[in-house]
Ligand binder design. Sequence first.
Ligand code: FO1
Length: 316
Amino acid sequence: MNIRKNVVILVGGVGGAKMAVGLANILPPDALTVIVNTADDFEHLGLHISPDVDTLMYSLSGLVNPSTGWGLEGDTFQAMEQIRKYGGPDWFNLGDCDLGTHLVRTHLLNRGLTLTEITQYLCSRLGIKQHLLPMTNDQVKTILDTDQGELGFQEYFVRERWLPAVHGIRFEGSSTAAPSPEAALALETASLIILGTSNPFLSIDPIISIQGISERILKATVPRIAISPVIAGKAIKGPTVKLMTELGVEPSPVGVAEHYQNLLDGFILDKQDAALCDKVEGLGLRTAAFQTYMASLADKITLARQIINWVEDSFG
Ligand code: FO1
C-alpha cells in the first residue's frame, strides 16, 4: 500500500496550516487533501469570513503573514481605520487585501455557489494545486458556554482574547450537516488520515462532529494518526491547555490521545514528551516522538518527512 498516494489531513487554522505546508513540500500536489474546519466562520460587517480556510489558502500559496500565521503578508489596515472612525466593530482585524477575499467569497455565495466551489476557485486563482476542502457546505457554528454566557468562536477567541472560562462547547448545526461530497470522497479514498496539530476541542472536534466525517474515519482501513498540539504541558499556540484544564481533561499529549483514541491507530508526541509514549501505547496506539514544534519551513518539512517515513515503517 502506497501511503503517500492520497494523504488527507484535518486541520483548523495556524497550527494545522504549518503541517499542511510541510506535507505540501514533500508530496505531489495531487496527493494532498486538506479538510478544513469551517465552524469558526462568521458573518461580520455583512461579509462571510472563513478564517481557517483563508489561513490554509494563504499558507499554501506562500502569501500568509508569517508573524501572525493568518492574514496576508504586507497587508495594510486603512479600511479598519475608517471603520473605527465610524465607531464600527473594530475588534476583528480585516486587512485591506484580505477584505478582497471576503468580498469575492460573499459575492459568490450570494450568487449560489457552495463554499467548496468558491474555495476551489479562489485556490486555483492563487495557484494552489493541493486539494483544499471546507469540511461542509452546511452551516456549523462553534458556540462556547463560558462564565460570560454563550459566545461565538470569534467573540471568544479574538474579541475576548480567550479569557472567559469555558464550561462546554457545542457545534450548532453539526447534527444535520453533511460533509462536502469532495471531503467525503477524499476520506473514502485516503491512503493515510492525519489529525493535524490543531486544537482538538475547537478545531478538530467541529470537523469530526459531523457524523458523515467521523463514520468515514472510523471505517477507514488505512493508517489514522494524530500529532499532539500539546508539548511539555504547553499549547503550541492558543487556548488548548487552558481549555483542557477548564473542561477537566488532562492537559497533556495523553489527554489528547485519549480524546481521539477510537479514531486512531497511531499518535505522535513531541520528543520532550517521549517518556509518555508508554502511556499512549497503553491506549492501544502506536507512537513516535519527534520535534513537533515548527518554527521554520525546514522544521515543517522535517516533521512531515518523519511522519510519512514512520507511517511507512510502522504500518506499511
Ligand atoms: N486572529 C486574531 O487573533 N485577531 C484578529 O483580529 C484576527 C483577524 C483575522 C482576520 C482574517 C482571518 O482569516 C483570520 C483572522 N484571525 C484573527 C485569525 C482567526 O481568528 C483564528 O486563527 C482562527 O479562527 C482560529 O483557528
